[in-house]
Every structure is written in structure tokens, then in C-alpha cells.
Design a protein around this ligand. Structure first.
Ligand code: PMV
Length: 337
């Protein structure tokens, strides 16, 4: 038996709540309107457990004889192998080899959700290729397991954004369970937000989550206060979004950013750029894990209620604007090419 499927998944951005999400606080997340497409072909011809993987944009073309032997993830290629292995482990008996091709318009390593999109789309495409469509919840659970190989404490909120699309308030409960509340129509009320790539940080998400954990052990009161501030900003941000109050975002974003800086996840040159934005009447915050060294802190959200302010905004050196719609649809089946 053989089959083929193509599935696409969007990128994501965390509007409010990164790092606090790891400790069970809510995060407000949205899907971005740029996508990764995964084509999966299953066939006994490839040999049981064999994977042919192609990611042309990264010049990756690998044949893996035993995909179940990969356990450490050093890059998107390893993550894809792990995603096929975990996503198809439930097929018993597993007679399939897979050919997987990934085409992505989502930047990697900068907080745009490329690893969550990869985990979700690979699982969904492989299962669909063998006519074993599993519920969204199950795709999400498997994708969160895959993400946890990158950093053991992944909150799973980015997987929910990619899976369901739109704008969501998510919160990690015990174990693999992440509860979510959809905010219908909220994508159209995010006009005050613009996305910039400030440059990729050296550190991985796992490294930054680990650094916050070390700081929490060292300075528990200060870090808990910062996490509580992030939690309050998330809830206030959600309320402002629900009432369509663009002006309210400026002080809320400033408050969230100040707390993230206390956590040590914003490099000093990005802090300086954000101070200049605040002095000009706007606000900005990192979105995602941030960083300490390297070109930048990944994705930065720049916020102001007035489109004319954004039109006048002169971006800091090394930043690139990422013009992309927010509130995009979640994972979906495409026509296989
Ligand atoms: O940098 P990203 O897009 O991987 O986002 C990480 C968000 C964290 O809250 C720092 C970690 C998590 O698992 O929620």
C-alpha cells in the first residue's frame, strides 16, 4: 500500500506570555500568514523505518536507514527525522518507509514558529499519507512531544497556535495538556502590531528557558515577580484585544518587555533599540525565547495605535520588517503536487 499527502502549517508569534508560559501562566498567541508545506509519501518500497528527507531551502537531502535511531536534535533535519519517527510510531505494525519533502517560507531560529510548524505538519502529513487521519488534539500532543526533544520544558503554546490558527489564549496544564480559548475575529484587531526580525540569537530556545530556570533558582522572588508581571500583561493584552482598544497596547507591551528584560532574555543592544522606540511614543517587546548574544533577539513586535506613526518609524540597523498577516488559518490539507 502507498499514499501521498500534502499538509501546510502557519508560523506563529507570541503576543504576550513567553517564558511565563513554561511555568503554567497563559500566553496569547497568533498564527502568521506564511506557511510551511510538507509532502509525505508512504510506501513499503522504501523499506520499513527508512526515510528519504528533502528540505531544498536548506540544501538538506538525506536518506536515513533507521529513523527511530535519531534522539538528539541539532537542526531542522534532525527535527524532521524525529517528527516522522514519533508521528508514525503508533502505526502498528509499521510497514512503511517515507519520503518527506519540506518547503518553508518561515524563517528559522528567530521565534517565527518554524519548529512547531514542522512538527505539526510532518505528523499530519505522514498520518494522512497512510489514511490514518488523527484528531487535531492527537497531532498537537505528538507535536508537543517532538518539541520537547528540543527543550524538555516546551510549554506547547506555539504548537496550539500552529495547529488551530487564529488568535488563542493558551495555558499549559499538567503533562502534555494545553488548554486553549479561541478569540474569534481578533486577528483583524491586531493592526497596532508590526513584526520585525532583529536577527537570530546565538542561543536556542532550550538554552534561554534553561537560563531563566537558573535565574529563578538564584533569585526566586525577583523572577517570580517578573513572571507575575508577564501574566498580568497577558491578561490585560487579551482584554484590550477583546475590546479593540489599540491605544491600551502601548503601556501593556512596555510592561511585558520590562519584565522580560528582568529575566535576562533581551540583549543590551536590543534593549537600547526598544528604549528609542519608547522615547518616540511607541512600544516594543521581544516575541519568543529571546537571546543573549548574536545578531539580535529574533522576532520583535513594534506597537503603536496610529498607522502614520508606523509609516514614519525608522527601523534600527540590522532589523528587517516582516510584513505578514496575523490570525491566519491553522494546519490544513493541500493538494499534493
Ligand atoms: O522562541 P520560541 O518561538 O521557540 O518561543 C519560546 C517560548 C517560550 O515561552 C520561551 C518557551 C515555551 O516553550 O513556551
Amino acid at each position: 500500500m502507498s499514499g501521498e499527502a500534502a499538509v501546510s502549517a502557519p508560523g506563529k508569534t507570541i503576543l504576550f506570555g513567553e517564558h511565563a508560559a513554561v511555568y503554567g501562566h497563559p500566553a496569547l498567541v497568533t498564527a502568521l500568514d506564511h506557511r510551511m508545506t510538507v509532502m509525505a509519501r508512504a510506501s513499503a518500497v522504501f523499506g520499513r523505518g527508512t526515510l528519504r528527507l528533502e528540505i531544498p531551502s536548506m540544501k538538506i537531502a538525506r536518506t536515513v536507514a533507521s529513523m527511530h535511531s535519531v534522539d538528539s536534535v541539532k537542526g531542522p533535519g534532525d527535527l524532521a527525522v524525529l517528527a516522522v519517527a514519533i508521528g508514525t510510531a503508533g502505526l502498528e505494525p509499521n510497514p512503511y518507509g517515507f519520503h518527506v519533502r519540506i518547503d518553508s517560507g518561515i524563517p528559522t531560529g528567530a521565534g517565527f514558529g518554524s519548529s512547531a510548524a514542522l512538527a505539526v505538519a510532518v505528523v499530519a502529513a505522514c498520518r494522512r499519507a497512510v489514511d490514518d487521519d488523527i484528531p487535531l488534539e492527537e497531532v498537537g500532543r505528538l507535536a508537543t512531544t517532538i518539541e520537547r526533544h528540543q527543550h524538555g520544558t516546551a510549554s506547547g503554546v506555539d504548537v496550539q497556535a500552529v495547529l488551530r490558527g487564529g488568535v488563542l489564549l493558551c495555558r499549559r496544564l499538567n503533562g502534555d495538556i494545553v488548554e486553549h480559548e479561541e478569540l474569534p475575529g481578533a486577528g483583524a484587531r491586531l493592526g497596532a502590531f508590526r513584526l520585525f526580525n532583529s536577527g537570530a540569537p546565538e542561543e536556542s530556545t532550550g538554552t534561554m528557558v534553561g537560563a531563566v530556570r537558573v535565574l529563578l533558582d538564584r533569585e526566586p522572588a525577583r523572577v517570580r515577580e517578573a513572571l507575575a508581571e508577564i501574566n498580568a500583561a497577558t491578561r490585560d493584552g487579551c482584554a484590550a484585544l477583546t475590546r479593540g482598544d489599540d491605544a491600551a497596547f502601548v503601556p501593556i507591551v512596555r510592561r511585558a518587555e520590562a519584565a522580560l528584560e528582568i529575566l535576562g532574555v533581551v540583549p543590551s543592544h536590543v534593549c537600547a533599540a526598544i528604549r528609542a522606540i519608547e522615547a518616540a511614543g511607541g512600544a516594543a517587546k521581544i516575541s519568543g525565547a529571546g537571546g543573549r548574544t548574536g545578531a539580535g533577539a529574533g522576532l520583535v513586535l513594534v506597537v503603536h495605535p496610529d498607522p502614520a506613526w508606523h509609516a514614519r518609524f525608522s527601523k534600527p540597523g540590522g532589523w528587517t520588517e516582516h510584513r505578514v498577516g496575523l490570525g491566519a488559518p491553522g494546519v490544513r490539507t493541500e493538494v499534493a503536487a
